[in-house]
Design a protein around this ligand. Sequence first.
Ligand SMILES: *[C@@H]1O[C@H](CO)[C@@H](O)[C@H](O)[C@H]1NC(C)=O
Ligand SMILES: *[C@@H]1O[C@H](CO)[C@@H](O)[C@H](O)[C@H]1NC(C)=O
Length: 172
Amino acid sequence: MHLYALAAILLSTLCLTSAYALSPEDEFTAAGCPDTTSPYASHSDQLAAWEDFTSMLYNEKRITEAFDKYVAAGYINHSPLVPGNGANTTIAELSQIVPNVNSDLQRAYVGWDRNGTAFGTAHTKVTGGGAIGIPDSALVDIIRMVGTCLVEHWDVEQSTEGSHPNPIAFFF
Ligand SMILES: *[C@@H]1O[C@H](CO)[C@@H](O)[C@H](O)[C@H]1NC(C)=O
Ligand SMILES: *[C@@H]1O[C@H](CO)[C@@H](O)[C@H](O)[C@H]1NC(C)=O
């Protein structure tokens, strides 16, 4: 009796563990990563992918191309501006915003946690979006990567409008 209960607990723990700790290939496939990306990549390839993606998105404003090349169809997005997950939902949202603001990319880099998970970070100066209700702001995007595929996004945005005691507030 006890042994069966123990076995059941062990089995359900194993199932739970495998569901939450997918291998890079399994998450890559489950998330619908584009075939222009790969589930395993060197640090320099991940940095090159992140620099290319952020430049296409914020400097060149080739939003759909940037997403088609690097972003998983099942992109998980924690941005408060989107109504749900998915690359297409984010493309639709960004297409309303990015072409209508100046997005001045200040820096883009990739960092790795102790488990080797890569996070691309971009620090962007956003101005000129008053007409669409976007205040001048400092934007930080953080995107989790599986190899060179972008799978999950968080951001923080702070208005830079008004006066500040620090002459180097936000930028430079
Ligand atoms: C996303 O949009 C493209 C182009 O309209 C379409 O081909 C694709 O099926 C859509 N993907 C999803 C997951 O809805
Ligand atoms: C790193 O891996 C350990 C052991 O598998 C896990 O407990 C931990 O949650 C992981 N940390 C992150 C940040 O993913």
